[in-house]
Design a protein. Structure first.
Ligand code: UD1
Length: 418
């Protein structure tokens, strides 16, 4: 069991470079199997979720390697169209292979990913949409078999909620479909635009990504491509929050600041000074953080649910009371019980968390419940004067590349024990 030992209480200072986006990398890696030739992907972070995705690609028959900092995929040898249950369980977002494998082989067999630490995570929207594209679906006790031996056919798909994963699955599945697909009420996250850029680099015809209606004109085949994934806005915001909670001055380079607009607004409301350059954000924390207006998580361009835990941690040190409302995932407050060990004063009532800022947090031993909740605990430990331990950091490794090394660039004292 790995853990972090953190000697907190010092203001963080320095520059760090933001990693590539996890949430872009996973669908892009899955979509690479549509290509007739070699795919070169740059800026893919080293994460356990990426390793799990590469394992699935290898199982399906792709050759994958890391070369000069890029991931190189040769999908020409695809021979399987099933994803075994153990690989599905390793990473819940493996459902992103649904559209890709179906489009490539005319068939896919996988297991429903089931609920996870942050919520139920049903995949009904994915399945309904794939059905609209003409696939036949058998869903028996969690095992899902989709077939479309003659290929998929374009359709108009109206999502009842702008699900990120369902939008991505339809975009990937419909690239090689006969005719035109229109996704209405599509998710607008930057990762959707990144996926569209990658699909188009392979020769697909995707337009409207980043808007509510995405149109995909099916093409006969896709070809080799090179693509660099966008910076990880969630990891970037977490690093800025580390500067804020410790009263420090930090700069995160290699970012696309526009992707962080709703988060930057909260940092500013909390009294942080922000300097934005074309690809970096500098945060200068105030002497004492201030409470902010109610933060409500929403689909992009709203405030991201993934940044709710790190920002909640920051607000635990703000003068006054802040309120967070989590509208996306129903179980996203599990970390709050652990945050309280640091002396945070937070009450949770259903989807609402009421945070009474404390002047100080105290060192504690805490257990990571999930990926972003784990990041919130690391932030609390960085701000608490003394030695804290955070265990079960395998959750953190799913989404933060070598977090201890990145934070060390800010002179944080953090050590991993395996
Ligand atoms: C993606 C991100 C995740 C982020 C989330 C919301 C990846 C790998 N993960 O997850 O980090 O927190 O977007 O920005 O990119 N829903 C249904 N039925 C469905 C699909 C979704 O009810 O078929 C619900 C979910 O339970 C959830 C909400 O819709 O309550 C949002 O889910 P969705 O946008 O699909 O998130 P993911 O793609 O799973």
């Amino acid at each position: 069991m790995s853990s972090f030992t953190i000697f907190g209480g010092r203001a963080l200072r320095g520059d760090a470079v933001c990693q590539g986006s996890k949430n872009s990398s996973l669908p892009i890696l899955a979509a690479s199997i549509l290509s007739g030739g070699e795919i070169i992907l740059e800026n893919i972070p080293r994460l356990s979720d990426v390793d799990a995705t590469l394992k699935i690609l290898n199982y399906l028959g792709c050759k994958t390697k890391r070369e000069n900092g890029a991931v190189v995929i040769d999908p020409s040898g695809i021979s399987a169209s099933d994803i075994p249950e153990n690989l599905m369980r390793e990473m819940r977002s493996s459902v992103i292979f649904l559209g890709a494998v179906l489009a490539r082989t005319g068939r896919v067999e996988l297991f429903s990913p089931g609920g996870c630490e942050i919520g139920l995570r049903p995949i009904d929207l994915h399945l309904e949409a794939i059905k609209k594209l003409g696939a036949e679906i058998i869903d028996a006790e969690g095992k899902i078999v989709c077939t479309a031996p003659e290929g998929l056919t374009g359709a108009v798909i109206s999502l009842s909620f702008p699900s990120v994963g369902a939008t991505e699955n339809v975009m990937i599945a419909s690239c090689l479909a006969h005719g035109r697909t229109e996704i209405r009420n599509a998710a607008r996250e930057p990762e959707i635009s990144d996926l569209a850029d990658f699909l188009n680099a392979m020769g697909a015809k995707v337009s409207g990504a980043g808007e509510s209606t995405v149109v995909i004109e099916g093409v006969k085949r896709l070809h080799s491509a090179t693509h660099s994934v966008i910076p990880d806005r969630i990891a970037g915001a977490t690093l800025l929050a580390a500067g804020a909670i410790t009263g420090g001055v930090v700069r995160v380079n290699g970012l696309i600041p526009a992707h962080l607009a709703p988060v930057i607004d909260i940092f500013e409301q909390a009294g942080n000074e922000i300097e934005i350059k074309s690809d970096s954000v500098l945060l200068r924390a105030p002497k004492r953080l201030k409470s902010v207006k109610t933060v409500r998580t929403m689909p992009y361009p709203g405030f991201p649910t993934d940044i709710q835990p790190p920002i909640a941690a920051m607000l635990c040190k703000a003068e006054g009371t802040s309120v967070m409302i989590e509208t996306i995932f129903e179980s996203r407050y599990k970390y709050i019980g652990e945050l309280i060990r640091f002396g945070a004063k937070v009450r949770v009532d259903g989807r609402m968390a009421v945070i009474d800022g404390a002047e100080k947090l105290y060192p504690a031993n805490a257990v990571t419940p999930d990926l972003r909740g784990g990041a919130a605990l690391v932030l609390a430990a960085l701000s608490a004067a003394g030695e804290s331990t955070i265990t079960e950091i395998k959750h953190i490794d799913r989404g933060y590349e070598n977090l201890e090394r990145t934070l060390s660039a800010f002179s944080a004292e953090i050590k991993r024990t395996d």
